[in-house]
Design a protein around this ligand. Structure first.
Ligand SMILES: *[C@@H]1O[C@H](CO)[C@@H](O)[C@H](O)[C@H]1NC(C)=O
Length: 196
């Protein structure tokens, strides 16, 4: 047990040290050219592949002090959005497989939601360079995998699609499987004051 706590302490420290680097997120689906490489943006409490911009707001009187807010950035393990707002904004996976985040200044999430669970995979790109890819696994039952689903019934997934995760309640029915999320380092500046 002691060794276990020690390891967690080290992880906490490592997170602090690398927290300065933020990453863009895109779909990794090499067998599906229609989805592969599509940028993912945080919009209206979802992660939308193919959305041109995130939905954000500036909570300061002087808007010039806020980040531009036109790009979605996350921490290396996709557990937090790169929000400048005090307290930040964590990312959770709800039991129904939806991937979301609370409002600024809130820690509200559905009962049974999991924060964290994204893990790195070794993956190779078309040019056999290695790329940083994340997949997701439930700590409750080990269910793993990521999907993209229509934004509305009948809407074409090729245009915009909602990112979801496999859970005990959600097996990807009606959605397309993706191999993961490519993360690409984007520097240390926040992406937005708040993602809405
Ligand atoms: C975001 O806005 C900045 C400043 O206007 C601009 O330089 C950058 O290209 C924009 N990025 C995207 C992804 O639109």
């Amino acid at each position: 047990m002691r060794a276990h706590y020690f390891a967690i302490g080290l992880l906490g420290l490592a997170t602090l040290v690398i927290a300065d680097n933020y990453f863009t997120i895109a779909l990794h689906a090499p067998k599906n050219p229609m989805l592969h490489g599509k940028l993912v943006n945080a919009r209206d409490k979802s992660f939308i592949a193919g959305a041109p911009t995130p939905s954000t707001r500036c909570g300061l009187d002087d808007a010039a002090q806020c980040p531009t807010g036109n790009v979605t950035l996350v921490t290396r393990d996709m557990s937090f959005l790169a929000s400048a707002v005090p307290g930040g904004q964590f990312i959770y996976i709800a039991p129904d497989g939806s991937i979301s985040y609370p409002n600024a200044h809130s820690t509200l999430r559905p009962p049974g939601a999991q924060v964290g669970g994204f893990y790195s995979l070794l993956a190779s790109s078309d040019h056999s360079e290695s790329v940083d890819v994340l997949n997701w696994r439930s700590t409750k039952d080990g269910t793993s995998g990521l999907w993209v689903c229509a934004v509305a019934p009948g809407a074409p997934i090729a245009y915009q699609a909602v990112l979801k995760a496999s859970t005990g309640q959600f097996n990807g029915l009606g959605c397309l499987s993706v191999n993961g999320i490519v993360i690409q380092e984007a520097g240390s500046s926040f992406g937005a004051w708040e993602y809405t």
